[in-house]
Design a protein around this ligand. Sequence first.
Ligand code: FES
Length: 119
Amino acid sequence: MEPTAEDPGAGSCAVSAPLPGQTAKFRLERRGKVVEGFIINVDGSHRAYVNRCPHAGTPLDLWPNEFLTEDGQHLICATHGAIFEPRSGVCVEGPCPGAVLEALVVEGQGPRLVVRCRN
Ligand code: FES
């Protein structure tokens, strides 16, 4: 059965779609462990990532749901300042250039979306 916003299924969760330029946090369960993630609306397109920096493994946000650079154009890790391209999750500046945030799958359209793990 395909996951829906009402019944997202295992390894998935339903999230409210953030507005353009905004982010939202969520949690889902993967193989019995809770995984924290966040979703970003990039010009109407949604991307979701695990909230774990590839540099040292800390959450990106020290202040809850603070993922964006001051100009709102990139994602930033608060621990050592790694900058990530929001569409690809690739680090473009900082201590881990080329490292990539772990992407999650975003499904659906409208105000309710489903986010699920890739594996
Ligand atoms: S832990 Fe994110 S930049 Fe170091």
